[in-house]
Structures are given as C-alpha cells and as structure tokens.
Design a protein around this ligand. Sequence first.
Ligand code: ARG
Ligand code: ZN
Length: 884
Amino acid sequence: MDIASRPAEPEQNPQTADAAPAPQAPPVIRREDYLPPAWLVPEIALDFDLGLDATKVTSTLSVKRNPEGNGAATLRLNGDQISPVSVRVDGEAASGWRMDGPDLLVELSGDAHEVTIETALVPSGNSQLMGLYASNGMLCTQCEAEGFRRITFFPDRPDVLSTYSVRMSGDKATFPILLANGNCTAEGEGENGTHWAEWYDPWPKPSYLFALVAGELIANHGTFTTKSGRTVDLNVWVRPGDEGRTQHALDSLIASMKWDEETFGREYDLDLFNIVAVSDFNMGAMENKGLNVFNTRYVLADPDTATDADYDAIEGVIGHEYFHNWSGNRVTCRDWFQLSLKEGFTVLRDQLFSADMGSEPVKRIEDVRILRIAQFPEDSGPLAHPIRPDSYQEISNFYTATVYNKGAEVIRMMRTMAGEERFRKGTDLYFDRHDGTAATCEDFVKAIEDGAGLDLAQFRLWYSQAGTPQVAASLTQEDGKAVLTLHQTVPTTPGQPEKQAMPIPLRVALFDRATGTHSGESLVVLDKAEDRFVFADAPADPVLSINRSFSAPVAIEMARPDADLVFLAARDDDPFARYEAMQSLVVQHLVAAVGGGLDEGQRSAGRTAIGEAFRAIVTDAELDDLMRGELMLLPAESYLAEQLLVSDPGAIHAEREGLKAWLGATLADELKALHDRVSAVPYSREAEARGARKVKTQALVYIAAGDGAEGASRGIAQYRAASCMTDRQGALMVLASLDCPEREEALADFLARYEGNALVIDKWFSLQAGSLHPRVLDHVRALAKHPEFRMSNPNRVRSVFMAAAMNPVAFHDPSGEGYRMIGDIIRRLDPINPQTAARFVPSLGRWRRVEPARASLMRAELERIAQESDLSRDVREQVSKSLG
Ligand code: ARG
Ligand code: ZN
C-alpha cells in the first residue's frame, strides 16, 4: 500500500462525522491513564524485501500474555498509514482480525502465539521521514517516537521490549551495504543481482530503537577497546565522496566511549557500533541500538566546510547519542511522558562531556544562553509544560527545550546539591536497579535519593510544575551582618493556576569591594516562598554574586547599581558570574530604554557604564579569547523580550542595535586592534586559535555596526583571506547584513565555491535569511524560489524559514509579512512533513507577549492555519494551544 496516500480511516468521532469541515480535536493522551500492556512480544523476526519504491515487510511476533496486563484476548497492534497484506496466527491464515482506525486487532485464544503480518511500503513516497524512507538514494528508518508503526503492526510503546532478528535482501548495486541493530550474523548472494544479510541484536529493546539502513555507503573505520578489554568495531558511514569529512565524528565517538567509562562507569555492550549520516532527517540524530542514524550536519566536518561551532555541535551530538546507550537504551522509558528520563539526563551527560573536552565555563555559558533563548520563552508561553508532561495529543511536539534542556538543568541541580561523588552513587544505583527495564522519572529521582542520600520529596515539584521560577533577591545589613532575603514565585502556566514553592539551590558569594575577593562560596537552598539567609562574617557593604554558574534555572530579580555589575563583570572569579554581570548590566539598561524610562542623561550614563565594562573585556590581556567571545555577546532580543510582560520587538531591536553601533563607534580603535591581533593567528584546532577566530568575527560585528564602510572593507578582507569556514562564514554573516557591493561579491563566491555541498549551501541560505539587511524579506522570498531550495529537505527548509522566524527584522516586520510567510510555510509543509511544520508554530504562538498591532497580525495567521480542514495532529495541537 502506498504509504504516502492516506487510507480512508474510519471516523474516530462519529458525532462529528457529518458536521462539515469543523476540525476534529485529536484525542488527548494522559499520563495518569497508563496501563501495562496486555500482551508482550519477547521476540520479533523482521524480513525486508527492499526497494526504494516498494519494500515488502514480513514480521513475525512471538506474543505472550502479560501476567500484569488486563487479560484481554484482543491483541492491539498499532499502525499508521499501513494496511495488512496478510495476517497469520501460528502459521494459519487468520480470520479473527479487524482494523480499528489505524490499528490492527487480532483475537487470540491462548496465552502465547506467533503472529505473522505482511505489509507493503513505498519508501520513496514517505515525505514525513518517519518509518522507512528513501534519502539521497538510500533507505533508512526513523522510529522514535511512533514511526515503527509505519513499517509494521506492533504494540508501538516503549515498555514492550523485544529481541530483534532482522533479515533483509535487495539489489546489490543499489544497496551494497545492509545494516541493522546489533551484529551481522550471516550474509550471502541471492538471485538476479540481489544479496542479503541477517542481523541479530541480543539486547531486548523497544520498537523505537529499531533501525535499518541500506544503500551505497562508505565507512571511516576505527576501534575502541573497552575498560574490560573488549574490542569494538566502529564505523562512520557516509555517501561516497563524504568520507574525507568523517574523522572528527569518529574521534568524538572514541572520546565519548572513553569518557562514559571514566565519568559514569558505563561500558559499551556490543562488538560493533555504527553511525550513518543521512541528508534528510527531521531532528539531529537518533540513538538506535548499535546503529545511530545522524543528520549529516552532525557528522560531516573539515576545516574548509565546517565552523568551530559545527565541530563542537558534532562532538556534543555524537556524545549525546552514544550516551543514550545507557541512559535510554539499557534503561528505557515506560511511556512517552517519561521522555525527560532519557533526554534530560542524556543532555546533562553530553553537556558535562563537552565541558570536559573543551572549556567548562564557556560551555556553561553557551548552555545557559540556549536555555534562555529556547526554553524560557516556552515556559512563559501557551505551550508551557512540565519536564514530565501530563498530557499530549502528538508526542513529537514534546521533543522540546523544556524536556531536553530544562530536564538537564533539573538533574544538574540534584548533582549540585549532592556533590559529584554522591551523585555518581545515585546514577550507579539507577543503572543497577533499572537495567533492562522501562523506567519512570520517579524511578530516577528515587535512585538518586537513595544512592546519593538526598531528600528529594519537595524537589519532585520540578517534574510536575511548569514555568520559570522568579526569585527576587535583596541584600541588607543588620547588626553588621549581611542578610540575603529571597522571595520566589512560580508563574501560572496553562492548566496550572496554583504553584507551590520549589527548592532552589543558589550558589552565593559576597565580595569585598576593596579587595575584590570573597571568603568562600556557599550553597543556599530556598525552599519556601520567602526566606532569609544571614552571613555572619561578610565584609561591610558587600557585592552579591548569586546563582553562580547558574546553579538553578530561574530568573533572579534584583535592581543593582551599575557599579556593582561593572565590578562583578571585571572581578568575579566565577567566569559564568562575570558573563552574567555583563548580561545584567546590558539587560537592565536596554529594558529601561525600551520602556521609555531613560532620559538622555540616563541613557548616556548607562552606555558609559556598559562601554567601560566592554572596553575592559576587549582589552583585558589576561582573558582567553574563547571567554572574551562569550563576554562580548549582547543578550538576545528574545531574552530581552522575556523581561517584559508585553514587548515591542521593533523597539527592542532598535535599542539593541543602537547600543551595538554605539559600542562599535566608541571603541572602534580597540576593536580594530583586536581584529588585527586575532587575524594574525594561524589556523589550528587548538583552543587559542579557536578563541582567536571567535573574537575575530565578534569584533567585526561591532566594527560594522559602528561604521558600515569599515565593516564592509574589513569583512571582505576577512572573507578573502579566510583559510577556514569559521572565518569565511563569520565574514559573510557580517557582510550579509550590509547594503554594499562586497556583500554580493562574497555571496556569489560562496555559492560557486561550495556548489554541490548541501550543508554549506544551507549556510548560504540561512546567513541571508537571518541577516539584518533592510530588504531581508525580499531576500527570503527569493531564496524560497531559488533552484536549490527543497521543501522535501528539512535542513534546507529550516535554513530559510527557521532562520527567518528567528530573525527579528524579518519575522517582526511591522507589515506582518514575516508572520504571513511563516504561516504560509506551516500550511504548505504540513501535508509533506507535519513534524517539521509544527516546529514553526511556537514563533507565532508568542503573540500575547507582543504589542497589540503585531499581536493581532500574529493571531490572524494562527487563525488562518486553524481554518484548514486537513491539518496534521502535530500542527493542530500547537495551533489550538497557541490560540486557546
Ligand atoms: N532521541 C533522539 C535524540 O534526542 C531524538 C529523536 C526525536 N525524534 C522525533 N521524531 N521526535 O537524540
Ligand atoms: Zn536524545
């Protein structure tokens, strides 16, 4: 059956069957409704007769009644846009089966049976990229969360664990390489130029971890010897021609394997570990057992085509997927409400890994920046949900910054409170207790509680309450002692009007103004609405450094004299706190300026304070350049908008750009000297050279803001002299925002130079769609018509439209054209790839926090989408929640 054409599904809601286009609300799945499966599937054998346009699947399930189930005689097997070609029970053609909507129900008489089902798929017609699909001439699968049901009928839920035997055969010329989970146990030649392979994975796993890849691939091969002395074969598989860009991925894999042994005591458990890069992929990568499938952008790198940031992202994602082998695969999730069990924990693990591989403070700053840009707005908007959600309509919509990044912050807080050693005892106990099972977030918390010896009773609120806690802080002097008063509020979020006080661990230090030192950091835990903490031996009139290294994912509210922030920006010994002080200084100023609360005198005083701190950062010879690059970043516009209940994106942009231009002009000499110094550093992958490159483009950004002509001439010089993608992309980014002939020269050169390299052409698209050029909307429209634009490729779609949606100039154009553009792409993409289409909805969903004129335009776009009768569950859920 054609997987791309929807079969006529029985109406799910007979009452509305006749009522014309009134969109049906998809059913709501609730966490509290969890029931154990009625049937288990200890073993499954899959046989694939492969073809790009037609693949036949024969699946044999050994099913067994679950003693903990409800005893039902009916076996429910989930399906999605597939229909059975045949159904047999214990080898006999079965009559006792029927369809229930997309699902197949089989009546069974005994306690154990063998059910064999044939399905027919059209991989080349599968544009959703879930299930089995064709990408760039090869076949691959994506099954998390519910893609396996697009391949065959199965109880497609993560608490049904099976051992998989896979046989596949296909044309040898089209599919010279045949891969699945586990180990290859046999292979051979067939008739008519076909060949076959058999794979067996000894580790029971849920269906979402199944994977198959077939195609013309070439491997960069390596080995790793585990701590107990087993040799593991490693392969990074790519399309021929890409093999020269795989070494960093392979090195990152080896580093991950070693790090997980040393840091978490986790050893790899198969003799083979395969990574495959595919060019059409909805997300970043996928941790299928022994066969990780990656978006090419998180595999392929060489200095000419990948930036330093790309290298870091590859290392992080390779680590992330590898670490899932324990946090996700050996211990998996009971149901999808527990997603943060594996994702939050695995993000924390990849963050700690990257910190150990590079600079810990720089990594921390980057992670907090991502949290604030991506997660804080989620937490304060219509789609806010706890890290362990209570309900969903479409689980794909819950692969969010909240589940992933806030989930990681929540576990990091446990680690902070326990200390590293005791935290490790907790994770050891967790892996020990739950190995081979499908666990819950509660199981994790309990294991940390028992293993680390913490009382986490109240802490569990972090799993159930959504919203970013706001902590008001004030420091007073009483009887010669410093008193820190903290008051917390957790904002109301959809479905959660009342909130309880949460335990908030805050690292605190009190600085002596005279000496610039403090007498030690303390950890205070605010676990009431309000509390006071007395510091007996604090210096007189100290400067407060709070939430150091971002010990809690909260917003601190405290009006502070600029002088205190300038002091901390220059002297705090916690590098994160230095960054934070600089950010606060700028946020405080810009928020006041946007609110119209600054007269000319105050504005100039504010700028002077910022300029002074900025000059210190630009010229500090002690500072390493990687850190300098972080400190030079102004807070993102979306983060500034977060500080206001309702904001005017135009005003925020104008004020922030105004400050940037002022800094660029005021510190022109220092910035040019910096740009000259770092431009002389030769290319290497060492931290010093990477720092130089980071600062090079940062300096250029400010120089161009202060003086467009100087920016254009330095920009094109940096572009022409570039010996690596970091410098070339950095220069092009700056030039793309300028209206000058150098812009056209560089864009044309870049396109010609990298013709045929999809990942680099993505950069060419996104730099233009993300630019601050006054005609950026015209540029985006032209890019969407460019011959290299592809609606079927998520990377390409994102390179144009996600870049535009995140670009305040394009998106928030007062005409509403930006909103219209994003509304259009959602409607056009939804029938092709609903998962990717739904990712664009949250940008429009922020309308309540935007000034009224724009808000009504944003809302109108959402309503226009809601009118569509055939919306996917994905987009329907996001749009109705955003309007509701
Ligand atoms: N488990 C993958 C990861 O975080 C993400 C897969 C998400 N897939 C999806 N269709 N939502 O590494
Ligand atoms: Zn993950």
